[in-house]
Structures are given as structure tokens and as C-alpha cells.
Design a protein around this ligand. Structure first.
Ligand SMILES: C[S@@+](CC[C@H](N)C(=O)[O-])C[C@H]1O[C@@H](n2cnc3c(N)ncnc32)[C@H](O)[C@@H]1O
Length: 297
């Protein structure tokens, strides 16, 4: 096979992936071709021809993608806001809706510490690949001190790869018992916990069920088990006036804020949509002098 033009390879790939019923064939084909060519996707536009080994690598990637492997597992990276994180089997693939959660958290951090005060103290609970902590480390002015907590040993490997080079401390623990040394001192707790009801498994696409770890997806009968634990952990860690920002399922815009309110530990509880307008995360401020959280576990 001789050299091929990128546009022709992309056209073939898009047709193949669309034929396999994949929802984003154009974006996937572009990422896979760039990966096969060992270049940044933006480089494809200025490349005239790609040689035969590149076309062969691309072909193998297309076959695997058409069979349902996530594009992020094939390329080994996930793009999120302004950053790239390493991902693979055993860790949750970051989703674009979480970008809104980070946007809000960053705004809170800037508002918490205007000027030249001490650097903010941030905890990312349920860190998975570490994407939330990594984005905050890269984007927050003032070099926040960030701790990231993950209970799965498999996910922890990815968190360490993504976070330790960015200066984030990674802790292998259940969030219920993590970081007691920071109790009452943290400025912001942010989290994307597992939040799907167990019964949702039947409605999930096969590629999600096959490739995202179950402990990253499901959280008891109503999907709120992890949030119950998270609320208790955040109430313990946050200083009065500190912020909790937690992602939830689009059906939990009533139940998640109610859960926070019921704990008695938070005020200023608000729910927020993502960029598609779907309810996506709840924020709250740790109340001072609040009664100890009474969250069922
Ligand atoms: C939905 S994933 C989120 C990963 C990442 N923060 C993101 O937004 O892409 C949830 C993560 O929480 C972890 N997890 C679940 N229960 C936990 C707990 N009790 N303590 C710490 N981590 C937990 C799971 O292993 C999984 O990696």
C-alpha cells in the first residue's frame, strides 16, 4: 500500500465507525488517526501524506473501536478542559459534563482567596484518574495545595501517574476515613462520586458496562450511597465557610440537595446544570456551628 492522504483515511474511518453505530465517528476517527501517526490531532490538517505503517496502525485501531473499545483506551489519553490525562483499563474515563463542576470549583477558589492570602487547601474525593485535581492544579491561580483520595487500587495507579507530576498528593483510602489530619481546615471539597442506581445497569450502553469499573458507576439502590458518605466526609474536612461541590445524576437535582440539607452541616445549597442544561451538580457552604452531620450510611 502506498502513502495515503489524511483526508481519505479519515473519510474511510468515519464511514466505518458510523456503520458500526458509534455516536461520534468523526471525532473518534480523527483521534485514532492522529494516534496512529503519533502526532497531535491538530497536526493532521497540515500533513499531506501518511505512510503505510501509519495506515496499518489506524486500521487496527478502527477495528477495535468498531468492536466497542473506548477511544480513550485505544489512545491511552482523555482530554478534559485544558489538560490531557492518562487512562486505561481499571479507571473511569472522564466525561465532559464534569468540566462544568471544575469550572464552578475554580470560581469558588478564586473567590475564596483573593489577593495574596494563604494558598487554598483542596480535596478531590473519588479522584479516579485524578482529572478534577489535575485540572485544578493546572488552572487555579495561586498554586493550591491539593489532596486526592481514591479507594480502588486499580484506579489509584492512574491517579498517581496523572497527579504526582502535578504536585498533587494522592491518598489510597475510603473517603469516609481519609485525611483526618485536615479535619476542619479544607477550603474546598470537590467530587464526582459514583451515582447511578444499581437498576440503571440494564439501560447502560455495552461499552460503558464493559470498560468503566462498576465501583465508579453504581451507588446502591437510589444511586446516593456514595453521596451520603461524601457529605459526612466533607462536613468533617471543611472549615466553616468552605465549599462542597459534588456531581450527581441528572435525576438527583431534588434528592442530592435534600441530602445535604438533611445533614444540618451546610447552608447556601444550590443545584446547577451542565452545559447541556441538565441538572448536574450541587454546591453548598459548610455552616459554622452546625450540628454534626446526621447522614445515614
Ligand atoms: C465516577 S468516578 C470519578 C472519577 C473522576 N473524579 C472523574 O470525574 O472522572 C468515581 C470514583 O470514585 C471512586 N470511589 C468510589 N467510592 C469511593 C470511596 N468510598 N472512597 C474513595 N473513592 C471512591 C471509584 O473507585 C471511582 O474511581
Amino acid at each position: 500500500m502506498s502513502a495515503r492522504r489524511p483526508a481519505a483515511l479519515l473519510r474511510d474511518g468515519v464511514a466505518r465507525l458510523a456503520g458500526a453505530g458509534l455516536p461520534t465517528p468523526r471525532a473518534d476517527a480523527r483521534l485514532l488517526l492522529a494516534h496512529a501517526a503519533r502526532m497531535d490531532p491538530s497536526g493532521l490538517a497540515t500533513t499531506r501524506e501518511l505512510d503505510e505503517p501509519v495506515a496499518a496502525r489506524y486500521e487496527r485501531l478502527l477495528v477495535r473501536r468498531a468492536a466497542g473499545e473506548p477511544v480513550q483506551h485505544l489512545t491511552g489519553v482523555a482530554w478534559f478542559r485544558t489538560i490531557r490525562v492518562l487512562v486505561g483499563p481499571g479507571v473511569f474515563i472522564p466525561r465532559p459534563e464534569t468540566e462544568t463542576v471544575v469550572q464552578f470549583a475554580l470560581r469558588r477558589l478564586v473567590a475564596l482567596r483573593p489577593g495574596t492570602g494563604p494558598t487554598p487547601l483542596v480535596v478531590d474525593l473519588c479522584t479516579g484518574s485524578g482529572v478534577i485535581a489535575a485540572a485544578i492544579a493546572e488552572e487555579c491561580p495561586g498554586e493550591p495545595r491539593i489532596h486526592a483520595v481514591e479507594s480502588s487500587a486499580e484506579a489509584l495507579v492512574w491517579a498517581r501517574r496523572n497527579l504526582e507530576p502535578r504536585g498533587v498528593r494522592v491518598v489510597h483510602a475510603d473517603m469516609a476515613e481519609a485525611l483526618h489530619e485536615l479535619d476542619g481546615r479544607v477550603d474546598l471539597v470537590v467530587a464526582n462520586p459514583p451515582y447511578l442506581p444499581a437498576a440503571a445497569a440494564g439501560a447502560l450502553p455495552a461499552d460503558v458496562l464493559d470498560h468503566d469499573p462498576p465501583e465508579a458507576l453504581f451507588s446502591g439502590e437510589d444511586g446516593l450511597d456514595a453521596l451520603r458518605v461524601l457529605v459526612g466526609a466533607a462536613a468533617r474536612l471543611l472549615r466553616p465557610g468552605g465549599w462542597l461541590v459534588a456531581e450527581h445524576d441528572e435525576t438527583q437535582d431534588g434528592s442530592a440537595p435534600r441530602l445535604l440539607a438533611g445533614s444540618g452541616a451546610f447552608g447556601t445549597i444550590e443545584d446547577h446544570p451542565d452545559l447541556t442544561g441538565r441538572p448536574r451538580f450541587v454546591s453548598a457552604v459548610r455552616a459554622s456551628g452546625a450540628r454534626r452531620p446526621e447522614v445515614e450510611e
